[in-house]
Design a protein around this ligand. Sequence first.
Ligand code: ZN
Length: 268
Amino acid sequence: MRVAIDTQPGGASPNEDWVAGTPSLAVVLDGLSTAGLDTGCRHGVPWYVAHLGSQLVAALADPETSLTAGLASALEQVAALHPECDLSNPGTPSATVAILRQRAGFLDHLVLADSPIVLEEADGFTVLTDLRVDEVLPELRAEVEQYETDTAEHQEALRRLITAQRQTRNTPTGYWVASSDSEAAAHALVGSTPVDGVLAAAVLSDGVSRLVTEYGMATWAEVFATLRAGGPQELISSVRKVEATDPTGRRWPRYKSGDDAAVAFCQW
Ligand SMILES: [Zn+2]
């Protein structure tokens, strides 16, 4: 497997996405926004995703380790790196996880929350994703989306949404993300696909996949054509060009003008 990667922050703040590629592994993590709210952690989200990603690559070095077991192990390792922080804080640093691994003729995948893996096959595209986060708190999300991104009302609505999400995150009635509790790994969606039928694959944060799913400004076929022609960097810049036409989210309501973006493009 050949993996090309890139990641770019969506604005002036530090990048909270993380991406890695190895000859057998593609990993994308998307740190959850804190909107300036307390996290109980002095390290921050960029630290969290960098350490979780590194621990994941280490935990999955043995191909016999399942993706679920590797994620559980990585979550425990990262929690052990900052015991002085309040890991029971409901805002403790958290992230989505998307992992694609080639192993003995198969592509194993794991998705936890909404960073998708897209498989290009001869007869079309398969999107592997976990959209449970979209099913909770619809009224608070609608409230955020009614304001343009540069308004105080938008910021306040976003803080209300994130405060409420923290209460339901990693509970049986809510949705699951990578956080301080390794139990989340058991709630990830996993599967396997014969590598023979797959022409290429893209592991994306939602800051990139929204070009297709939210903005409707490209098809998956166009996304893969861009990846083949110009690589991950070209795909991220095409997202930024679209967002520049709607800087305050009037046409495409969203949480911020530009979201952090991460891409791992896999070819054989
Ligand atoms: Zn910490």
